[in-house]
Design a protein around this ligand. Structure first.
Ligand SMILES: [Zn+2]
Length: 377
């Protein structure tokens, strides 16, 4: 048995309080490939919390059978700060209440510090160079300043994940089909996972804006390449990171979570983190599309939203996907798709403000200008 549990104390708690980050580790420390998996960075996204519990139970059994050939680091509750934010009887886990900052934004770019540390030290031996960069990534993450409790959480999570070969960040949307986000350079690597999970959309962006956790883990490698003036042959993106969106916030049941966990474990077998043959992945249910191609259909006025489509339905340009009914005037405003593609998410609320996204559609061509922030708040 290799399973260990660490409770990492989080700095900057108020007097009389104590928060810890519970970290489960499986496999020989330092074994490769290393998979890092976390759930609930947005603390009100419960599907990830449940899938992590299924992963934990399965990993304990696999560990007992000696089947963890790499290393797995699992953080089933990645945001104890957010999980404690109850506002008027409702869990509010996406933004830190103290600052309004999204818990999955503002992750540090370690490429500058690591470039300074490794410049002139790369040997040309790819494996040795990757190991050196990982060592400096850990060092740079540990050295991050932490003025606030949320920063202490960011530092702890990034330190755990930054040297991983594979990083899976478990989230969900409001009401949605299974989908994931990753970088164009990593899509080939994640086709297997997307197919096993049954993803109905996969969004690609090098830089989606706001510095989310997955891009802090993977993007640091290509930013480092740019800083050092080396190519992908010399330095691969050695951390394949993705944000998995486990459908919608209410998609919380044991049978679904067990299937999702099984798909993730099969992907870990596919990558050699776990022993065993996962068998071939099923036929993919989507092709990847640019994140910049997402049509976020907004409410033109505040009102009652009446959906005309459900997640998973395919729509055409000009099609009415929802109506927003102004309750004082009785006027109904049609909300139309601009692109052809599958509806992959819709709002959870049924009364929306003007400008809020009510339906999201996966278009194939970029709509957003380069540099536009591509993620929602
Ligand atoms: Zn999320």
């Amino acid at each position: 048995m290799t399973h260990t549990i660490d409770d990492l104390p989080l700095a900057h708690g108020r007097a009389g309080t104590r928060r810890v980050l519970r970290v489960h580790r499986f496999g020989t420390p330092g074994a490769r490939p290393k998979a890092y998996i976390q759930a609930g960075l947005h603390a009100d996204e419960t599907p990830g919390h449940l899938v992590a519990q299924h992963l934990l139970a399965a990993l304990k059994a696999l560990d007992g059978a000696g089947a963890v050939t790499g290393e797995v680091v699992l953080v089933p509750v990645a945001n104890p700060i957010g999980l404690d934010q109850i506002v008027l009887q409702s869990l509010s886990g996406r933004f830190e209440l103290a600052t309004g900052v999204n818990f999955n934004r503002s992750y540090a770019d370690l490429s500058g510090a690591v470039a300074d540390a490794v410049r002139g030290r790369l040997s040309g031996d790819r494996a040795a160079d990757v190991a050196l960069v990982r060592q400096e990534l850990r060092r740079a993450a540990e050295a991050l300043p932490t003025a606030t409790q949320a920063d202490a959480l960011r530092r702890a999570l990034l330190t755990l994940a930054t040297d991983a070969d594979l990083m899976l960040d478990l989230h969900c949307d409001f009401e949605a089909v299974m989908h994931l986000y990753t970088a164009p350079e990593l899509w080939e690597e994640f086709r297997d996972l997307a197919a096993r999970l049954g993803c109905e959309a996969a969004f690609l962006a090098d830089q989606s804006g706001g510095h989310p956790f997955d891009e802090a883990c993977s993007g640091v490698w290509w930013r480092l390449r740019e800083r050092l003036g080396v190519d992908a042959e010399a330095l691969p993106v050695a951390c394949a990171a993705t944000t998995i969106e486990l459908r919608g916030q209410l998609a919380v049941d044991d049978a679904t979570a067990a299937r999702d966990a099984a798909a993730i474990l099969d992907h870990l077998r596919h990558r050699g983190v776990l022993a065993g043959d996962p068998g071939p992945a099923p036929a993919p249910r989507c092709t990847a599309t640019p994140l910049a191609g997402v049509d976020r259909v907004a409410a033109p006025e505040a009102g009652i939203v009446l959906f005309r489509v459900a997640p998973g339905e395919r729509v055409e340009p000009g099609q009415v996907v929802a109506e927003v009914l102004e309750p004082e005037s009785g006027v109904r405003h049609p909300c139309r798709a601009r692109v052809a593609g599958p509806v992959w998410a819709r709002h959870l609320n049924r009364f929306v403000a003007a400008g809020e996204t009510v339906v999201s559609i996966a278009g194939t061509e970029p709509l957003a200008a380069p540099g536009t922030p591509l993620l929602t708040a």
